[in-house]
Design a protein around this ligand. Sequence first.
Ligand code: TYM
Length: 334
Amino acid sequence: MAMRIVSGIQPTGNLHLGNYLGAIRNWVRMQDEMPADGECLFFLADLHAITVHNDPVLLAANIREMAATIIACGIDPTRAILFRQAHVPAHTELCWLLNGTARIGWLNRMTQFKEKSGKNREGASVGLFAYPVLQAADVLLYQATHVPVGEDQKQHLELARDIATKFNADTGSDLFTLPEPIIPPAAARIMSLRDGTAKMSKSDPSDASRIALTDDADTIAAKIRKAKSDADALPATVAELADRPEARNLVGIYAALAGVTPDQVLATHAGKGFGAFKPALAELAVETLSPIRARLETFRADPAELDRLLADGAARARTLAAPTLASAYAALGL
Ligand code: TYM
């Protein structure tokens, strides 16, 4: 079967280093290595973004900003299909069909729902609860073979596989392809700069907790300088960082940026304290992110062109989605 890569990102706030190292960099790599008969689809999950408090003006601005950032990271809309989920109604339609297959018990186990709904579960939106079903529709609609994501999305992908398996079994069809998650080993989970036990996230109220791809060199250096660390020197192996979450995170970020393993980072930096390690990390981060930021300036200067690219991507996505959606209706007797 030809390779079909599908992945999405919520257009809420700026793209941060966790998104980049955990997911987007893999999107770019997979796009660049895609054989001629394969297809990459990347989308802004704007329908997922409205499952929590939504500011419509801000969402509209974030959608363009996120599209510009993704292109600046290296996604080429003439090769990959880049679009907004809301522009392809088949996502919502298939989600509804899959709501008949997904079980409440399965959704009750989703850790992201538990985290996002917190203590106020009864006050959370139905959309937040059904969120993983829409995510399943996002990938099953295109017969995705591979889905590049960070570690935090693994559970949602397993759910998509469960839904696909049950739908196929219930309807006696082999309609849906079971998608494989592609999770980068070195950067599967980039943690907050303020707390090595919490993931770096767009929703963290502290801007100092994350490095945004829009941050300038001074801001990046300042955030890394102020990042939580400890007073000990770096050891020679990762195993010795087991009880030092902040140190492990900073070494992990360095490794992901440099494209080496954390043990390789420690082989060169063992014995150094953070006073010496942080400037080296800041330099590497600035070196990686500066060219992206420079390209971003160009793309964000032309919103009409961004809108045109997204509309073009949506038209191509609608064409690819149509046969699977029609088969799903037919399989259910609709
Ligand atoms: P989102 O918008 O939270 O994140 C986008 C991508 O970035 C990864 N990521 C991270 N990776 C490593 N360390 C981190 N700290 C970190 N934070 C985020 C995420 O794993 C993700 O790959 N529900 C999804 C969007 C989505 C989707 C889909 C993804 C909707 N439909 C279908 C794949 C396929 C989300 O909210 O990602």
